[in-house]
Structures are given as C-alpha cells and as structure tokens.
Design a protein around this ligand. Structure first.
Ligand code: F6P
Length: 589
C-alpha cells in the first residue's frame, strides 16, 4: 500500500468515525428533543431514556430537571384551578356573609314570613321551644344564621310573647343567638281569616293543582288585607332610619306587602319569594281579587319562584289580568313606571349538616337500630306535613300494590311515614289526618304478620330524629301531587353522606327539575310508584352509589347559600328611583 493509499484510508476511517459520531450525536440530540417534546405534552417518558453518558449527559440531566420542575408547576397550577373552580361553585355561610356585606354595603337584612323559626309552647306546665316543620324555615334559617338581621313573623305559640321582650323581640337560635326574631301579635279572628281562610283555604289550593277547591270569602280577604297592613307597619318600624333597606318578603301570605312597603319607602329594595307553585292564568283567574294580588306583588323589585315554569305562568297571568308591560326577553314587568324582575331561584338546603368521621358506619348503625325498631329487613321513608298536596294516601296505595305484586316481602318491608301535624285549625286538615291514619290501618290489617307495611308517626320530630330515618332507609318516597320545590328530597340527599339510598321523586315537585338521578314517578300512578319501590330493593349497590353521588354533587353545588346569594345579587342590582325631596330613611309612621 502506498503512502497515499494509507493516508486516504486513514482519512476515510476518520471521516467514517466522524460521520458515525455525528450520527450518534444527532440520534442522542433527537432523543433528548423527543423526550422533551413528550414531556411538554404531559406524557413524560422515564428519565432513564435520556442519555446518561457522554457529551450530552450534563445537558440531558439539566433537561430532566427543567422538565421535572415544569411538571410540578403544572400540577400545582392544575390543583389551584381545581380548587378555584370548586371555590366558585361552592357557597358556604362565610362566603354568603361576605357577599351580602359587600352587595348591601353592610345594611342589615329584614326577612318577613308568616311562619317563625322558633315557637314557644306550653307543655305540661313547662315552656318548650319548637322548630316548625316548614320548608320555608329550612331554607331561610341558614341565611339568617350566616348573615344576621331580623326575621319578622306571626307569633302563634301560646308562650311566644311571654318569652320575648315588650316589643315581641328575642335573639335566636336559643342555644346560640345569631339574629333577631320579631314576633307580630295578631287578633285571633284576623289570624284565622288571613292564615286559615284566605291563605290556606283560598290561595293554597288555588296554586296547588291537587283537586281541592279553593274557598274565597270576603271576610277572609278583609282579614288578609288587614294583616298585610299590620306587617307593613312592623317592617316600616324595623327599617325606620335605614337608608335603602333590604326586605325579603316570603310567600303567599304577603302578596300585598311589597306594594304597601314601596308606597311608603320607595328607597327600599324589596324582593318576594313565592314558595309554592304559580298556576296558569285560567286557574288563577277564579280568584275574585286577582288584580289586587298581582298589583301588590308587583310592588316588589324582584319576584322569585322555584322554577322557570312558575315564572312563565306568572308572566302569563300578569299579561292576562293587569295593565302592564310584560317583557319576556328580560323576564320583567313594568307597571306605573316601575319594573319588577321575575326570576327562578331554586331553593335548597344547607348541605354540610351533620359531619361524621365515618359516615358509612354511622348509616349502618342507624339502619340496624331502625330495622330492630320496626322488625323489618328493608325500610322506605316518607317525611311530610299532613297535607293533601303531599300524596300520602296515594303513597300508601302504592305500598299496598307493592305487597300485592311482591307478597314474599309482606312482613319484611316497612314504610316509616313521619306525618308532622299541620294546619290543625282547619277541618279539612283534621279530616285528612284521620284519613291518613285510617288508610295506614287498612293496609296494615291487610298485610298483617311480621313488620307492619306502614309505620305511621304523626307527631313533631326534630331534624336529628328525621335524619336517623333518612340514613337508615333503602329509599325515600316523595310523592307530592304538586309542590313548589320539596326540600325533603334535598334533605334526604344531603343526609346520605354514606353515598347510598335511592330517592323516588314525584315529577310534579319542583325538585324533579334538578334531581335527575332520582327515580322520577307520577304519584297518581300507583303501579309506577310500586314498581319504583321494587326497583330500589333490587338495585345494584354500584348503581345506587352512582345515583346518590350525582344527586349529592347537584345539591352540594346548588345549596341554600347559593339560593340566597343569587337573590341578593339580583336585588342589589336594582336601580332605585332618584331620592325625592323626602330625606331617605324617614318614614311617616
Ligand atoms: O311551602 C309552602 C309553605 O307555606 C311554606 O311557607 C311553609 O314552609 C309550609 O308551607 C308550611 O306551612 P305552614 O307555615 O302553614 O305550616
């Protein structure tokens, strides 16, 4: 081999080595590049795939560290976003308190409701405090507890005024006072005409399509007007001296109150929340004082209903009977130059009610004790006021049908029906309670032996007593023939922190719009309800858990604090008329 050939070979070898080295380097750079790209996409391969030796090792090492910190930063950001999202969707008492303070610039809340949250009654020579069975109280109490303020209500307990100061005022809750309760005293005859007569024999059946005829009497109407005026005086007294006070009026007992208030305090922000359904114009049209009621309501700046359907019915009714401008695009009514916003605010419950370290063990213990108490193997629970709109008789017939179709369950399944005494001053309600007792006895006699098909408890129960039944039940039956919302459905869901239990829910309750993971039934269809009971008994545990988890998410995110916050937001956005010559806050009492 000549020198030239040797040199050429060496040069070729060097070139080949250079090219091989270059290729290797390119491959390694590509590996680092590919590794970094995959890491950037959020699929980091193991660091062992990076070159561990050679020229690129320090670079790869640095790249791995950089990527690691990017991954950590991304995880932290994601976690923060998740928490922020949860924070946005979760309303708590603290958050509501801040919200109300900011929106109302520290002004106190004034709530007006017929029903009081605490009632003092004499029993066996002692005075006891009672919490009335009332969806309204369940909904409003958390708001007042969180934000403070004054709740003005009819004091109808026989020891109410003996337990308050000279102006009917006391601080409540009795065990840990957080807000003021101001009791209004009514003459017995006025209370009868306004509450039992016009409100509960007239408006209640008028708004609930449950096939009970409304009764309208002129004397009841006169009492209703008088009592609305009495309450207007109480509110005006309460807000005297306050600039732009904020008043939340509740329910069908006070249709005239918003107008009465606004006439004397145009600077007040007034909202009215209607806790029951609003019927269609044809149904509403049979009320002889339809115009007066609508005009009174339209004194409010904001009127709230549980569902959009009720808002629509209300707008249709106003359109039909009253001279006004109904703006369906903005959901507002303008009458005599002032506007009322009409909005759906679905009421709810305080979700975090009774925390437990081990919810599953607690539910199991409750279940064991209720099964022992009833002698049953399966429990279905119903919790209602003894009211004909709640579908209690239809429910009993569905239970009867269940035993007809599933005779092997006779003596093994019990419906625990809690029936809170209600409106006992009315003959219709006393008769209804009797029919409920007779019907339970009839079904029990038919399927005697073993556990009773229906265990009826017609006394007042505390929240804690009721929660024990909720937690022990295979299913909760809510079969209202018509209901604004029905908070029993949401209370049942809130109490099931063991993520078990099935909700059977009437499609005619407002709650059916939100609680889609319940078994939705027609309460008049006895066969359908009995099949739903059978379905809950046979439902696979994972389906029960899935349904309950989704129900709980819905109620948790749409709790009562959100309900209150949404109303306050709407009310705070109201543009009040420019102040007139009269100094704001001055009331001619
Ligand atoms: O849900 C309608 C309603 O009137 C509520 O205001 C109240 O919670 C419930 O019925 C109980 O009625 P009452 O206050 O007549 O006992």
């Amino acid at each position: 081999m000549t020198n030239l050939e040797t040199e050429a070979l060496a040069a070729g070898g060097a070139l080949a080595a250079f090219l091989a080295g270059r290729l290797l380097l390119i491959r390694r750079v590509r590996r680092v590049e590919d590794w970094m790209r995959r890491a950037r996409r959020g699929e980091p391969p193991p660091a062992s795939e990076l070159p561990g030796r050679g020229l690129l090792a320090p670079l790869a090492h640095e790249a791995a560290r950089l990527v690691r910190s990017l991954i950590d930063a991304r995880a932290v950001a994601e976690q923060e976003a998740r928490l922020r999202q949860l924070g946005d969707s979760l309303w708590t008492p603290e958050r509501l308190r801040e919200h109300v303070r900011a929106k109302l610039s520290g002004r106190p809340l004034v709530v007006v409701a017929n029903r009081e949250p605490y009632r003092h009654v004499r029993r066996g020579g002692r005075v006891e405090v009672e919490t009335p069975a009332s969806g309204l109280v369940t909904g409003l109490e958390p708001l007042l507890r969180a934000c403070g303020g004054t709740w003005i209500a009819h004091g109808d307990g026989d020891a109410d005024f003996a337990s308050a100061d000279a102006s009917g005022r006391l601080r409540v809750p009795p065990e840990q006072p957080q807000y003021s309760l101001r009791r209004v005293r009514l003459q017995e005859e006025d209370a009868r005409g306004y509450y039992e007569g016009f409100s509960n024999e007239g408006l209640w059946p008028l708004c609930h399509i449950a096939h009970t005829r409304p009764v309208f009497r002129a004397a009841d109407w006169a009492a209703y007007r008088k009592v609305n005026e009495t309450f207007a005086d109480a509110v005006l007294h309460e807000i005297d001296g306050q600039e732009e006070p904020c008043v939340l009026v509740q329910d069908y007992h006070f249709t005239l109150l918003p107008r009465l208030l606004k006439r004397r305090r145009p600077d007040a922000r007034v909202a009215l929340f209607w806790h029951i359904p609003w019927p269609n114009p044809e149904a509403f049209g049979i009320c002889p004082w339809q115009k007066e009621l609508l005009d009174g309501l339209l004194g409010a700046d904001v009127i709230g209903f549980h569902t959009q359907d009720h808002c629509n019915n209300f707008l249709d009714t106003v359109d039909r009977f009253l001279e006004s401008r109904v703006d369906r695009a903005r959901f507002a009514v303008t009458r005599d130059g002032s506007a009322t916003a009409v909005r759906p605010f679905p009421i709810s419950v305080d979700f975090a009610e009774s925390p437990s370290e081990d919810p599953v063990a607690r539910a199991a213990a409750d279940r064991r004790s209720v099964l022992k108490e009833t002698g049953a193997e399966a429990i279905v629970v119903g919790v209602d006021r003894l009211d004909y709109t709640k579908g209690i008789l239809e429910r009993f017939r569905a239970v009867e049908r269940f035993f007809e179709k599933n005779p092997d369950w006779a003596g093994r399944l019990t419906l625990v029906q809690i029936g809170a005494p209600s409106r006992g001053g009315l003959q219709d309600y006393r008769d209804f309670a009797e029919r409920v007792r007779a019907e339970a006895a009839r079904v029990n006699a038919r399927f005697g032996g073993g556990a009773p098909p229906i265990s009826l408890r017609t006394r007042h129960h505390t929240h804690e007593e009721i929660r024990r039944y909720y937690r022990s039940a295979d299913a909760c039956l809510v079969t209202s023939l018509h209901d604004g919302m029905n908070l029993v459905a949401k209370e049942f869901v809130a109490s099931r922190d063991d993520e078990d239990g099935v909700l059977i829910l009437s499609r005619f309750a407002g709650a059916a719009r939100e609680l889609r993971d319940a078994l939705i039934v027609n309460p008049y269809d006895v066969d359908e309800v009995s099949s739903a009971i059978a379905a809950t008994i046979g439902m696979a545990p994972n389906e029960r858990a899935l349904r309950m988890t989704r129900l709980r998410r819905q109620v948790r995110e749409n709790n009562v604090y959100r309900w209150a916050a949404d109303q306050i937001t709407e009310l705070a956005a109201v543009r009040l008329p420019a102040p007139s010559a009269t100094a704001p806050g001055a009331t001619a009492l």
